[in-house]
Design a protein around this ligand. Sequence first.
Ligand code: ATP
Length: 221
Amino acid sequence: MSKQIKQFAVIGLGRFGGSVCRELHSLGHEVLAIDMHLVRVEEFVQYSTHAIQGNSTDEMFLKSIGIRNFDHVIVAIGENIQDSVLTTLSLKEFGISAVWVKAQNVYHQKVLEKIGADRVIHPEVEMGIRIAQSMSSDLLLDYINLSDEYSIIEIRATLPIHNRSLLDLNVRVKFGITILAINGKYNMNVSPSPSDIIFEGDILIAMGLNNDLKRFEDKMF
Ligand code: ATP
């Protein structure tokens, strides 16, 4: 099955926008890289499908590059909150359905939410939480916060659940969580069936309420 290629535009090629741009490009997507500074644009020619210099607060500029045709636009302007807000406003007025914006602080975040940003990203805060979560447990390898209550975790299976099936462990009923995948020594089992067995060292990807995930993690000791 071939991976769906999407069209992205990244506005602002600083550390955050730049790494988003590079990664999307290396994943094979079409990426339009935009920055107001020519040096940044030149640097990203090799990491994008097209790289254009321009000011994203200028609606005529956005129209001229056909921004309406993009599935997903990432606004990675940090320091200049006014430019970030104006750009987001224009993109939403153009009817772009997925506008993700980097916020500098909580006030910036609130404004972005009010004007319809589809996702507000706080890279430093989000990364801080993820690192703290994985530091606080030897077993927790990664953590994605879905909402205040729900998360997805990546956790290493230990001896207490070795050689037991999902049915036997009764994870759904006992813990209320869903095992999305078991990454074993030899293969990745996505959407495992109840009879599938977990072995010590397998990496489990589990989704559920934070408290339930914590209870499941405690079962490992
Ligand atoms: P990071 O922490 O990700 O490096 P930052 O939060 O410090 O970035 P800035 O450096 O202020 O954010 O902005 C990121 C990039 O956005 C810069 O390369 C800057 O030139 C570009 N930028 C800022 N305003 C605009 C604008 N109105 N139009 C296009 N590009 C812009």
